[in-house]
Write a protein that binds this ligand. Sequence first.
Ligand SMILES: N[C@@H](CCC(=O)N[C@@H](CS)C(=O)NCC(=O)O)C(=O)O
Length: 195
Amino acid sequence: MKLYFAPNTCSLASHIVLEELGLPHQAVKVNNQTKRTADGEDHLTINPKGHVAALVRDDGEVITEAPVILQYLESLKPGAGLAPPAGSLERWRLLERLNFIGSELHPKVALLFNRDWPEAVLQGAREKLFKRVDYLENTLDSQQPFDLSGAYLFAVLGWFKLVGLELSQWPRLHAWHQATAQRPAVERALAAQTA
Ligand SMILES: N[C@@H](CCC(=O)N[C@@H](CS)C(=O)NCC(=O)O)C(=O)O
C-alpha cells in the first residue's frame, strides 16, 4: 500500500492508523502547492481531486476521503481496537464522530489557513469553529479508548497553532492532545511525515 501525504494535513490521521495497525506501507510525500511528489509524479494522476490523503492499494485501486480511508484501513485488521464492530451502536457513534470532524471541524479549521482573507471573515469563521470545539471540550470522554476518530481529531487539533489558535483555551482537549502525542504510533507517523 502507498499513502500519499503532505505534512500538517489530514493525511496524518491515515498515517497514524497505518502505524497503529502495523500495516506495511510506503509513505509518498506530496508537495500540495505543485501537486508533485519528490520523484516528480503528478499527484493529480493519483487523486484528480488534488487532495491528500490518497491510499493506493497493491492492486492499484485508489481510496480517498479521510473517513473512508480510515475505515478501509481498519477493515484490514478488524478487532484491533480502533473501531467497534459494524452494526453496534458504538460503531454508529464512531461514524458520527468521524462525520462531525470531517464536516464541522476539518473544513472550519482549514479555512483559517487563509490568513490573507479579511479579518471580519476570519473572525466569523473562528466564532463558528469555537462552538464546535466547545462542544468537543464539553463532551470529550477521556476514558474512551483511542479509535479512528481519535486519529482524525489529533490531526485537526494539530493545526490550531498553525492558524494562530491556542489549544490550551480548551484544557481537556489540550490534555488529550498532549497525551495522544505520546502514543508510539503517533510519534512514528509524525516522525515519518517530518523526515
Ligand atoms: N474531503 C477530503 C478533504 C481532504 C483535504 O482537505 N485535504 C487537504 C489537506 S488536509 C489538501 O490536500 N488540500 C490541498 C488542496 O486543496 O489543494 C478528505 O476527507 O480527504
